[in-house]
Design a protein around this ligand. Structure first.
Ligand code: ZN
Length: 339
């Protein structure tokens, strides 16, 4: 395998005080997938991976289904993996147009801890790969959702901010805990369209290519979580079939409504069908499908998960948007039992 590094050719641009360039994507905001059982989903991501349940709500478009948000202690953008657990959902099948893997960052030196922890939890087929010179632990949850762990040093993408413990009850020591996303892998048939969207519209740069995998990096400070998107064209020609264990969409971060609007306009000018803005309570979103088939969302950083409950209580109670509150009793009664 050869690794070709390419150097940046992008012109220098003004950056905000945060170091994030307003009209370039800062990285992944969240990733949303389908699961088959709420109870198992909750147990795996909190007890085994040690993430914090930062919000329990329902699918706003289908209130009979939970919507779980897992992330770091504060629920920061860039750490959020969310699920619609649809009881007894049929398994999906991977293919082109999918988010093929979600990659979390763990502190350097902790992969052995994770190998043992996953084995102890009965996770099968934990495989170590070497990718762009780094070891990557690949495995799946009980529904087949592809997950990866990669080691990072402090200051690299996905490093946990100081004091950002995840789920204290999980028993994962802070020195081994997942910080946030390192990145994700998109599978497409042809890299041209997806690649030009990332570089031409979103400000990503090609960092390296290894075989049929090209790594794109967002124009954000090195420590921002979820800076990396790998695009693979591995010869799989069947289209993604949605179902348990597959990702529904990937959301990228925009700083605010104005930035989101500029991206929407830019996408529309380039022929993409972008939805109107939707209020997701914890962020505001627009959606579009890119030409490789992947469903993208652009989500604002604010208002965040502490908008309807304090940080220390995140995830502790079922939260509903105002327009669903009047049906709370019926909605809660229809949700699957989890304890
Ligand atoms: Zn979303």
């Amino acid at each position: 395998m050869t690794v070709q590094s390419t150097t940046s050719t992008a012109p220098a641009e003004q950056t905000a005080a945060s170091g994030i360039t307003p009209d370039r994507i800062a990285g992944i905001h969240h990733i949303t997938a389908f699961a088959a059982t709420a109870k198992e989903n909750l147990a795996f991501y909190t007890n085994v991976l040690g993430l914090r349940l930062v919000k329990q709500t329902v699918n706003f478009d289908d209130p009979g289904t939970y919507h779980y948000y897992f992330g770091d202690y504060h629920g920061r953008p860039g750490s959020i993996l969310t699920f619609f657990p649809i009881e007894h959902a049929a398994p999906g099948r991977g293919g082109t147009g999918e988010v093929a893997a979600t990659t979390f960052a763990v502190p350097r030196g902790s992969l052995e801890f994770w190998r043992q922890r996953l084995a102890g939890a009965g996770v099968q087929d934990v495989v170590t790969e070497t990718r762009f010179g780094s070891e990557v632990l690949t495995f799946s949850d009980h529904d087949g959702t592809s997950l990866e762990l990669v080691e990072v040093t402090p200051g690299e993408s996905g490093t946990a901010p100081a004091g950002a413990t995840t789920s204290p009850s999980s028993g994962v020591p802070a020195g081994q805990a997942i910080g946030g996303f390192f990145g994700a892998t998109l599978r497409v048939r042809d890299i041209a369209d997806t690649g030009s969207l990332l570089t031409g519209t979103f400000g990503y740069e090609v960092q390296a290519t290894e075989g049929r995998r090209t790594r794109y990096v967002a124009a954000a400070p090195a420590s921002e979580a979820g800076r990396y998107l790998d695009v693979v064209t591995d010869g799989l020609n069947a289209r993604l079939q949605a179902g348990a264990g597959t990702v529904h969409h990937i959301a990228l971060r925009v700083s605010d409504d104005a930035s989101q609007q500029r991206f929407s306009d830019r996408l529309s000018r380039r022929g993409y069908q972008v939805t109107e803005q939707r209020d997701r309570s914890y962020f505001r979103s627009v959606y579009f499908r890119e030409r490789g088939g992947v469903l993208f969302e652009l989500a604002t950083d604010g208002p965040g998960f502490a908008t309807d409950e304090p940080v220390e209580a995140l995830g502790g109670a079922l939260k509903l948007p105002n327009w669903l509150e009047r049906g709370r009793r019926e909605i809660a009664a229809a949700l699957p039992a989890i304890s």
